[in-house]
Ligand binder design. Structure first.
Ligand code: ATP
Ligand code: MG
Length: 574
């Protein structure tokens, strides 16, 4: 890189000839720089600053004091029993001014929230830079002669010729208990008008995921309160389950219901909203407040009006907060709504940075990016506190095409997917879970005994029903046996319909499943079946409180419990 062979001295008054010569001699001897120029700077009143060769020496009183105090900070590491006075004396006597910043870069160009800087030879990936206007940026691209940096603020405040210095800090964000119940932006700043948030710590936004030894198997359920999911695609704490479907198929609704269902279960929820309309997120926050779910929830919001770099950062902000709580042994649920838009934000940044586009114009490392993010969800070992982070990433498909780039990527990273289908949604089957292609690969181990036993052959029965229904479309008259099978299947499909904001507790799910799978709603229409099942649940809650609390508590199940539920069902009349 071309070196600046002239040194500049900045101050509000010109140095005397003697001072000037002394400095000139010093830099010639030590750094081999011959030329020294004086630049008048009204802001520097208590000394001067010297800049050359990408180095800045701060000889102002504030600068020297600052360096001295930061050296004193290292005294903390000394044995407190020893007297600190001799150490301090030694330190003051031996104090030597170092360059404040080893490197100062110059902005070559700025466009679309991205600055290209030369002169920062040893800047690291993900390092924070500070520009002379105070704007901060994140190093995202390192080339031989230039680095690309995404800006966290409007690019109006940075222009060609602006200076940028390294901070030596990898991007991080504040974390702490006080974030609960708050709405924040991608950098951790509050945006709900409720005042400052007191942070307990500052954590890096990119962190290596826990290794195998640090983890334990997923063995505790994280119930969504949605019958079709909890019964057939159970999710465990620490799992990553993708919610995938076309636009407006109820993806967000599933995530929100899951958050509502965590009330009173000691799970901290984090909802990351990426590139959605500000009004949509505001409505969601209001809904969570209405149901009393905001107390244990944090919203990270990067609306569509944010610049691509901020949208790109949002999931990391959420994940970092999640990791903080997980490290304290708590259970966390994090929703990324949605990763398709996150991928688009990253594509925008990458294209602006001049990276080679790959499939569907996404940069080649988009897979690595998402896998790094989702790998950070875990169920930590007991020696690390036993906390967990369950991730529900959301991906939007176009016309149900799951073979597009981002959907296939995220499907292969996650431990299963809940596939939502427009056709089902519009036919009134809501939530529109496609039972055939949805799957949960590890949640079965975490499912409660009661749910596992109660679900029985539900999935198989539904598969048979689908086959038969498709076939029967072409058949005319049906025999009684086929009719009865069709009725039974239709009844099962109906019990899986569930209103929004209406999570069903475990004992009710078990009662509904046991009753329906025992053909008790065989000859009822949808309305009747619904009224009947509600009545059975209410009766069970009224007459056999222990049965319900047992199922909710330890999730126990036995032939006697099944028998008891059927007794209650058979004695219920509506
Ligand atoms: P987008 O692609 O716009 O993000 P989405 O897939 O997240 O949409 P939602 O916003 O969750 O879908 O839901 C779409 C609409 O369907 C909303 O109006 C919502 O109220 C309605 N809806 C979702 N789930 C249900 C349900 N179980 N019962 C009735 N209506 C529902
Ligand atoms: Mg949505």
């Amino acid at each position: 890189m071309a070196r600046n062979k002239t040194a500049f001295i900045y101050s509000d008054r010109e140095p005397t000839a003697e001072q000037f010569e002394r400095i000139q001699n010093l830099i010639r001897r030590r750094y081999g720089i011959k030329e020294l120029k004086f630049v008048k700077d009204e802001k520097i009143t208590t000394g001067f600053k010297l800049e050359f060769d990408n180095k800045l020496f701060d000889w102002t009183i504030e600068g020297r004091l600052h360096q001295l105090t930061s050296e004193f900070d290292t005294l903390d590491s000394y044995d407190s029993k020893k007297s600190v006075m001799p150490l301090m004396r030694k330190m003051v006597a031996g104090f030597e001014l170092h360059a404040v910043s080893e490197e100062i870069g110059t902005v070559d160009s700025v466009r679309d929230g991205i600055a290209f800087i030369s002169g920062l030879d040893s800047a690291e990936y993900d390092e924070i830079l500070v520009f002379d206007s105070g704007v901060k940026g994140l190093v995202q691209d390192i080339k031989e002669k230039q680095i690309g940096c995404i800006l966290f603020d409007s690019d109006e405040f940075v222009s060609a010729g602006s200076k940028a210095v390294r901070t030596g800090h990898i991007a991080g964000m504040p974390v702490g208990e006080d974030f609960l119940g708050r709405v924040i932006d991608s950098l951790g700043n509050p945006i709900d008008g409720l005042g400052e948030i007191d942070a307990d710590d500052y954590w890096p936004i990119e962190k290596r995921a826990p290794g195998i030894i640090d983890r334990q198997p997923v063995n505790t359920p994280l119930e969504t309160g949605i019958l079709s999911i909890d019964s057939m695609f159970p999710i465990g704490r620490g799992q990553r389950e993708l919610i995938i479907g076309d636009r407006q198929t109820g993806k967000t609704a599933i995530a929100v219901d899951t958050i509502l269902n965590q009330k009173g279960k000691d799970v901290i929820c984090i909802y990351v909203s990426i590139c959605q309309k500000a009004s949509t997120t505001a409505a969601l926050v209001n809904k969570l407040k209405e149901f009393g779910a905001m107390d244990y929830t944090i919203i990270v919001n990067s609306p569509a009006s944010d610049a691509a770099p901020l949208e790109f950062m949002a999931p990391y902000a959420g994940c970092t907060l999640g990791e903080y709580f997980m490290s304290q042994g708590k259970d966390v649920l994090i929703v990324y709504d949605d990763l398709s838009k996150h991928a688009v934000a990253y594509r925008t940044i990458s294209l602006l940075l001049g990276r080679t586009p790959g499939r569907e114009a996404y940069p080649g490392d988009i897979f690595y990016l998402h896998s790094r993010l989702l790998e950070r969800s875990a169920h930590l070992s007991d020696s690390l506190g036993g906390g967990s982070m369950t991730a529900l990433p959301i991906v939007e498909t176009q016309e149900g095409d799951v073979s597009a780039y981002i959907p296939t990527n995220v499907i292969s990273i996650t431990d299963g997917q809940i596939f939502l289908e427009s056709e089902l949604f519009f036919s009134g089957q809501r939530p529109a879970v496609n039972v055939g292609v949805s799957v949960s690969r590890i949640g079965g181990d975490a499912q409660s005994q009661a749910m596992k036993k109660a679900t029985g052959t539900l999935r198989l029965d539904l598969a048979q029903y689908r086959e038969m229904a498709a076939f029967m479309q072409f058949a005319g008259d049906l025999d009684a046996a086929s009719k009865s099978k069709l009725n039974y299947g239709r009844g099962l499909m109906n019990i899986l319909k569930q209103k929004q904001y209406n999570p069903i507790p475990r004992h009710r799910q078990v009662i509904i499943l046991v009753t329906a799978l025992a053909h008790r709603i065989q000859n009822m229409d949808e309305q009747q079946a619904r009224l009947y099942l509600d009545a059975v649940c209410e009766k069970a809650e009224r007459e056999d409180e222990y049965l319900c609390s047992d199922i909710d508590g330890n999730g126990s199940f036995s032939p006697e419990i099944k028998q008891r539920i059927l007794e209650i069902a058979d004695s219920t009349v509506v």
